[in-house]
Design a protein around this ligand. Sequence first.
Ligand SMILES: [Zn+2]
Length: 117
Amino acid sequence: MYCSLCNEKVLAHTRVCPNCGAEFEKKYVKKRVRNEYATGGLIMSFLVPIIGFICSIIGLKNARLCEGKGKVRSVLGIIISVLMFAAPIVAVVVVIKTGVLNGLIDQLTELISGITG
Ligand SMILES: [Zn+2]
């Protein structure tokens, strides 16, 4: 890069110009901000929904500090973790309400009593 004051060529990530001593803006040395909670939360929402949910909420808060990075991932992580957590409960309720397994349980009971009896 070049110094904005004296146009001297300087090394990248240099804080001070060796020619004129001008200080460069922090944007040249600014480290990359990453929102790891957003990515982690999204992955964990599939594996362990509760942890994914917590990580995604932290990721959503961090997104404000990270220039909005990871906001979409965090929202997705929250939605998926809620769905993943609710899916087994909904499935059990549906099975009980609709009586899908009733016939199967009867058959199993007959089968077991046939073996033992
Ligand atoms: Zn300079």
